[in-house]
Design a protein. Structure first.
Length: 250
């Protein structure tokens, strides 16, 4: 369980920062670990991070404000975030949220008076095929229904640690019903990369050009042209930045 006592927040932050060699690009993970420790990111932690990482405190506060799972004020021992997208709503999530709030006596996104629990919403958590879904202290709660909501309320009121909750509440099953070519297990791991090395970059770019593949951004930029520009850039180091958010499919 997170603890609300922040007396040792500065040495705790210092130990985290030291483990990353004071790398500012680890800011988000540092904030997550602080949140897990204290149920929020204390002001003293923000100022210490700013000092240790050489970042403006306003930038750190901006990151906290952007992510729905980070908070600048205490949130309680149980932080329950309901996935809030169209699939969850069509599956009845709104009624379940109201039900749980009533059972626990909490307002949306506000910690209960005893500091034990907060119920709020967040964007897609990647569990659309298990909707309605939620997260409790980072653990996925799947296929929620009135009976499961009642059980969750009982566990919270009885102060049962999340790690001791019934495993069926967290069960994530495979909902792949059709494998086809891309999802079958009939190919050798790494074979696509091996084929790429054999074919060569130029041939790959030609195939991408023929395919007409474009990015999904508003500009619809041609993938082949983008990759060619990267290849032809005169640099000793190159980086691949992957947007791993699957939320668009929802």
């Amino acid at each position: 369980m997170p603890r609300s006592d922040t007396e040792n927040v500065i040495p705790f932050v210092d130990s985290l920062v030291l483990s990353t060699n004071k790398r500012a690009d680890h800011l988000l993970q540092l904030l997550v670990e602080i949140q897990q420790q204290y149920s929020y990111v204390p002001g003293k932690a923000i100022l210490r991070l700013a000092n240790q990482l050489g970042l403006p405190a306003s930038e750190i506060r901006g990151v906290i404000a952007f992510y729905s799972f980070l908070y600048p004020v205490p949130q309680g021992d149980y932080q329950i975030h309901f996935s809030d997208n169209i699939i969850d709503r069509m599956s009845g999530s709104e009624a379940l949220i109201q039900n749980l709030r009533k059972r626990l006596g909490v307002s949306l996104a506000e910690p209960r008076a005893d500091g034990r629990v907060t119920v709020s919403t967040t964007s897609c958590i990647g569990m659309a095929d298990h909707a309605p879904a939620a997260l409790v202290n980072g653990y996925p709660l799947t296929k929620l229904d009135p009976q499961r909501i009642d059980r969750i309320a009982e566990l919270v009121d009885n102060s049962v640690p999340v790690t001791e909750w019934p495993s069926n509440l967290f069960h994530v099953s495979s909902n792949v019903h059709r494998c086809d070519l891309l999802l079958s297990d009939s190919f050798e791991s790494g074979s696509a990369l091996s084929q790429l090395f054999e074919t060569g970059a130029q041939k790959l770019l030609e195939e991408l050009t023929i395919s007409g593949l474009r990015g999904r951004g508003g500009a619809g930029f041609q993938t082949a042209q983008k990759w060619k520009m990267c290849r032809d850039t005169d640099a000793s180091e190159r980086y691949v930045i992957c947007n791993a958010d699957e939320g668009d499919f929802c």
